[in-house]
Design a protein around this ligand. Sequence first.
Ligand code: HPA
Length: 274
Amino acid sequence: MFPYQNYQESAELIRSRIGARMPRVLLILGSGLGFLGDQVENAVCVDYDQIPHFRPATAPDHKGRLVVGDLNGVPVMVMQGRMHYYEGYSPEEIVFPVRVAKLLGVEFMIVTNAAGAINTGFSVGDLMLISDHIRIMGESPLRGENLPEFGPRFCDMTATYDPDLRRMAKEKALSLGRPVRQGVYYYFPGPQFETPAEICMARTMGGDAAGMSTVYEATAANHCGIRTLGISLMTNMAAGVTQNRLSGEEVNAAAARAQAQFTALVLACLAEMK
Ligand code: HPA
């Protein structure tokens, strides 16, 4: 268990680097979607390995740094590279930066990911606003001693993905001429992609998209009162939906193709988080 003091020490180091500009929105960028971090203005970059108690991100294409500055006029803290369970990190380690963000004054989180479409009505390239998630495997990031500074022992999960933010994002997407899907994110711990049988199970249980991230960060954000918007990019149809085999290269290629649409939506949503 990490003591509260660890979170404070990390926040203190970041504060010493960014001065008086306190971020309002935490942006966690998923596989192949890190490019938004490069558009931050007045950026101060802090590598994870310079922050006490932070762990490095090892996933390919995850740079492993915080970028603090302005995006579309909104003070943001961008995690360029996140930690995943499949890298060997514990759920508590994965959510550490979210709690540090809380101490820095963050009120909103936009969390993005690449995902496989379980819902056969979806297509590659679709964006899905996460309405809810299912996490059967992998323990809760809130397991162990509760830190009441962040939230209650038994935390309500009814509105983990803020309904008002979702409504707002849906309208923004419509006005950009690129309507989005909404659905349930089904978490798999990875790093292997799922078997077709696992995807059938997830569909039966109500999952629309399969992915290996996000649920821990969203749970911790909900616990400490950060309002969350989750956006999944369908980089592939999930295993067994088509005859195609899955690969990390395919995921990154699809993410690169979605760059413009994705950027436009995130920037439009940010403007509403002023
Ligand atoms: N499954 C799990 N995670 C993913 C997938 C998938 O099909 N595509 C991108 N991330």
